[in-house]
Design a protein around this ligand. Sequence first.
Ligand SMILES: *Cc1c(COP(=O)(O)O)cnc(C)c1O
Length: 429
Amino acid sequence: MSDNIVAEEVHVDGAQDAIPSPEEEPPSPWAGVSRQDWEDWRWQLANRIKTVDQLSRVVSLTEGEKEIISHSLNTLRMAITPYYASLMDRNDPQCPIRLRAIPSMPEIHISHEDMADPLHEDVDSPVPGLTHRYPDRVLMLLSDQCAMYCRHCTRRRLAGETDQPRTQSNFDAMVEYVRQHPGVRDVILSGGDPLTMSTERLEYVLAKLHAIPHVEVIRIGTATPAVMPQRITDDLVAMLKKYQPIWINTHFNHPKELTPRAVEALAKLVDGGLVVSNQNVLLRGVNDCPYIMKELFQRLMQARVRPYKMYQCDLSMGIGHFRTTVAKGIEIMEHLIGHTSGLAIPQYVVDLPGGGGKVPVDPRYMISQGERVVIFRNYAGKIFKYVEPEDYRSQCPTHCRICQERKARGLDAEKIGLERLLDTDEIML
Ligand SMILES: *Cc1c(COP(=O)(O)O)cnc(C)c1O
């Protein structure tokens, strides 16, 4: 087939693009790289795969795929660490590592429900880069750079735009916002990936946040343990430890990513005294299977990482091909709850388009209610009844310190949502 014919076919229907027949493993493009370079995260960043030519030395690509990749480079850039690329299956286009990293034809397709900023992160942003949606916590996007750009990225609107951290004056403005909002007790650092910044630059922000008395915890969202585990150095861990309590949220989507090298990086964080949890996205063709998910979560638990949230794929532009129905997520939860360790089960959430925030979705276990009885079905499908107490009234002691403090701080007046409906005489919001 000539290049022309393949290119034409792609314009008609990408699915007809021929899958190449398996190739002999050619020598690794990194055969001559020293162990010292390979283990240096700056080397990994500097040597990311960014062009079709570089990529075709790692995996066998059809002419059609090559053309698609060059096109998609105009939307969300491609940049793949040598480490992550080295996990790719050369001959299998459905390899989960490839699907996370390599642009594909459907990214060009925008469906009518797609939005640039489905979570209204920019709308609910009082300072550039900072989103304040929930009462007691804020999200800070410190950098638009990632070690590797995930094709299912929800922040495609900004990820990789400059491939750089934000400016110091922008950091200062975000920190100042937190300082002036005493209700903020939890600050989430994300991006981009904060761990693509230098340890010094990250410390600059952490030290300032840590010095604010009302900031009780700092969270760092990072995919580096999965896509560039070399970033988890002793120096980094020693720096982070100075600003405890810090929670690390990482991003593994498939058991194939839990390589011995990745597990080693996770162990370094945990042994260093950091709490590590995982957030994953439910992705069509990657992990939309209860057994893949169960293996992922069980292996994370073994690595001492707590699966925290499983996200329904957002309505961001050009990622429609990754979306599943919500029913698929519920089916997966049905296979997990009761069937495996509770600690290996994340909460399944939909982050509502339009800035509605995250809502949990579960299979239904409470199937009916009568006078003083609640009827449940369990994970095995059996039906049980729970009998409620006869004369229950909550006995909230009026002298309880917690409510007294709340009153003193005027927090009762700030109740929002159903909390307000439940705790006041109002009958409508
Ligand atoms: C997800 C998110 C948070 C944190 O939510 P948790 O449920 O506390 O993990 C905070 N702010 C924004 C804008 C978010 O999207």
